[in-house]
Design a protein around this ligand. Structure first.
Ligand code: HEM
Length: 559
């Protein structure tokens, strides 16, 4: 015994014993936490770890409402895979490395879904992760649609696809959501695309020809406002024909005033606190009402509708109206309100996206030179300023800048609600749970993107025109392969933006025509970037927060 004590007392053995005990303590603590996390996570009532920054009672509500910068910083923190505040973070991560994170609101929770696999699960399974609840929020909170319409949309459980969801009892002629979807998507994304592009480009070229900007130039106080107004007019006249703006010239101002608070209203905060926004929205609806009434009394007859006519504009506006007519719930006011939503959707993303696309190019002299060379290669008729559009749109450089612009500046939140209890990775998600997929978490996740080399790094929070280019023996090629579930500017699945093909045309054609006809001199130091207007975080493309004075000069066309 004495010799044993002597042995223990030797310095080496003490050290060994203490370190073994320490190891045991750490291991047992680890196992206990693992067991607790395992039970928590696999139990039916487990909730994902809460995002930091919640306050008592209100949870994250104030952050969603008033502090988008903080929300963005928390999303960035979540992507960085730092511990989220409960036990060991890695135990909460799904095997695919795409954990769920919980935001708390006064009456409900919102689960943020990350990582391509889980995002696919959510956005590609519309029968489980339903869009209707969100569209009802928009109709009720933003457009203040009447209850009979909200009820009708809520009860339509047949989905928007050709085949109704299993178990749906809605007869084919009452499938409002499907019929409206078909009228809108099929035309914008397919048969109606060529005429929309043609009309848009024609309107743009008309502005260029008629603009008072000459070779001595003109200084505009804000390049964003100039581009916004030019694009809005060219797009609205393409979609709705010339009479909407012709009869209601103040529509431009009203729509952008309304847009300022759409995010606020969508979240269900009281509309009466935003009287100016409501007035602007009602004026937009009134303008659309006047336009609809004129279009209805002048509509072309005949079995086959033209793809475009000057009263209805694109055929899809007329087709949508035919769908509304089949449902007694829809009166003039409701039809005009939902067409106002189309007016909003077709403009509010494309305008800031095109602005950033052009700004990133003209604010870099070397990039502008490369872009001009690329654009010149696509000119087919110097006299009429016509391009070979397919050549322009397939340019690797222009496509890379286009994609990088969307990666950097689109911050859209796509909200869904579960129709039944289901599984998402290892988690059990209860029925009626709201989930959100946010493009920002994926677009800013460094693991998804080419970030350059050690010698030439390009972090994800900085714009890099060539991020989407791959070097090959035959020159650089544009690639978005393997970006599924990571590159989400237009969403994913059946609700994916039907305007995406048109949007790409709008952005690249606007750039091409402007750089071929004008020179831009920004009144800002080199490398300056306007701040982002974070007020729009979650609703789509972020506009600039600052004004950008610019001197614009007409130039003799290059070639
Ligand atoms: C850069 C520009 C654009 C971006 C980033 C964008 C983004 C999106 C996203 C993310 C959605 C899906 C939301 C969800 O799944 O919850 C969407 C839907 C929609 N977008 Fe776009 N969009 C753009 C331009 C356009 C244009 C130019 C049009 C019109 C031609 C358009 C028309 C629509 C419509 C009608 C919907 C609703 C689809 C539905 O309810 O099923 N968008 N957009």
């Amino acid at each position: 015994m004495a010799s044993f004590l002597l042995l223990l007392a030797s310095e080496d053995n003490w050290k060994r014993m203490v370190s073994s005990l320490l190891c045991l303590a750490v291991l047992s603590g680890f196992l206990q936490t693992a067991l607790r996390s395992f039970r928590l996570r696999y139990s039916k009532h487990a909730k994902p770890p809460e995002a930091p920054g919640a306050v008592p009672i209100l949870g994250h509500a104030l952050m969603f409402l008033r502090d988008p910068e903080k929300l963005a910083s928390i999303l960035a923190y979540v992507i960085a895979l730092k511990p989220c505040g409960t036990s060991f973070d890695f135990l909460h991560r799904s095997p695919a490395g795409s954990p769920l994170t919980r935001f708390t609101l006064p009456t409900t929770d919102l689960w943020l879904v990350r990582g391509p696999e889980r995002i696919y699960d959510v956005l590609m399974s519309p029968h489980i992760f339903d869009f209707v609840a969100v569209s009802v929020l928009f109709l009720r909170n933003v457009l203040e649609m009447p209850n009979n319409i909200i009820r009708m949309i809520r009860y339509d459980n047949s989905g928007i696809g050709r085949k109704p969801f299993a178990g749906s009892n809605i007869p084919p002629n009452r499938r409002f959501m499907h019929l409206k979807y078909k009228a809108t998507h099929d035309v914008i994304a397919r048969s109606g695309l060529p005429i929309l592009v043609y009309k848009f480009e024609e309107n743009l070229m008309q502005w260029i020809t008629q603009s008072s900007i000459d070779d001595t130039g003109m200084t505009v106080p804000d390049l964003y406002v100039l581009l916004r107004d030019v694009l809005f007019r060219a797009s609205v006249n393409a979609f709705f024909g010339p009479h909407l703006l012709g009869d209601s010239p103040n529509l431009t101002e009203d729509l952008w005033q309304f847009d300022e608070d759409v995010g606020y209203l969508t979240k269900g905060f009281p509309a009466f606190l935003k009287p100016q926004t409501r007035v602007a929205r009602d004026r937009c609806i009134q303008a659309v009402k006047v336009w609809r009434s004129r279009a209805k009394s002048n509509q072309p007859d005949g079995a086959s509708l033209p793809e475009w006519d000057k009263h209805w504009g694109s055929k899809f506006m007329r087709l949508r109206s035919d769908v509304f007519n089949k449902f007694e719930e829809w009166d003039d006011q409701s039809c005009a309100a939902t067409d106002t939503a189309i007016l909003w959707a077709t403009n509010t993303n494309i305008v800031p996206a095109t602005f950033w696309f052009i700004y990133e190019i003209i604010s870099s002299t070397p990039l502008l030179a490369e872009v001009r060379a690329e654009v010149s290669k696509a000119v087919i008729d110097n006299a009429t300023s016509k391009f070979d559009n397919s050549k322009l749109l397939s340019s690797p450089l222009l496509q890379s800048i286009y994609a990088e612009t969307l990666r950097m500046y689109v911050a859209v939140m796509m909200v869904r609600e579960t129709t039944k209890e289901c599984h998402l990775g290892d988690w059990t998600v209860p029925k009626k749970q709201s989930l959100v997929v946010c493009s920002y978490t994926e677009h800013m996740d460094a693991r998804h993107w080419n970030t350059g080399t050690e010698q030439d790094p390009h972090p994800v929070d900085q714009f890099w025109a060539k991020r989407f280019l791959q070097d090959t023996d035959s020159g650089p090629v544009f690639s978005v392969s393997e970006m599924g579930g990571k590159f989400l500017p237009y969403g994913l699945g059946e609700r994916m933006c039907p305007g995406r093909h048109f949007a790409k045309h709008q952005m690249i054609l606007t750039l091409a025509h402007l750089v071929e006809n004008f020179e831009f001199e920004l009144s800002a130091p080199s490398g300056y970037r306007p701040a982002l207007n974070m007020h729009h975080f979650g609703t789509g493309t972020l506009p600039p927060a600052d004004q950008i004075p610019c001197h614009i000069r007409r130039v003799a066309r290059r070639l």
